[in-house]
Design a protein around this ligand. Sequence first.
Ligand SMILES: Cc1cc2nc3c(=O)[nH]c(=O)nc-3n(C[C@H](O)[C@H](O)[C@H](O)COP(=O)(O)O)c2cc1C
Length: 195
Amino acid sequence: MLSPTILETFQRLHAAALASDDPEPNAMTVATADAGGGVHARMVLLKTFDARGLTFFTRYDSDKGAQLEANPQVALCLLWKWLKPSAQVRIEGRAEKLPTAESDAYFATRERLSQLGAWASLQSQTLPDRATLERRVDEFERRFAGRDVPRPAEWGGYRVLPHMVEFWYAGEHRWNERERWEIFDGGWRKRQLYP
Ligand SMILES: Cc1cc2nc3c(=O)[nH]c(=O)nc-3n(C[C@H](O)[C@H](O)[C@H](O)COP(=O)(O)O)c2cc1C
């Protein structure tokens, strides 16, 4: 569980980023490692955060899903460059699949075409051509015509349970500030790091 101070700091920065000119304040890098030690990074959208951690949604059978299955250790990185001072948040922790009810609830809020896309896109697999994807969307459109689109079993959320959170603030002359929180003996401890 995140400490109240970490959560409040994150909430304050996130709210400021939402209010800023940032076109993608919820974009975050997710880095995963595969069983062979190779590392892989890509952006996803932060959906929720609370004392338990941060959530994002994807396909469980994507490359990232396979990597998280083999090794649930994950690193997140958010950059809020429109803030003054600009801020980076680095998070390291363990990813857990969300309970299916939480994934169902979020899937139900997505627009229909996104829901159909979740069925049609075999994320991370080879796509022969764009027309194939469009044809698959049409197929699922017909399959679910006249009724709600259910959540595909292979689509859902992860919650990242942090064991390290670092707030970084840009400073003049690159004398940036780094505030690193880590779990020691079951409690969160803070230290400053050289920039
Ligand atoms: C700003 C941005 C937001 C994205 N959000 C998501 C997301 O929430 N979930 C997702 O699965 N992919 C998202 N993507 C696409 C991923 O970066 C990536 O291409 C995809 O998940 C496949 O990654 P993988 O092959 O490593 O599993 C986003 C891309 C960008 C640029």
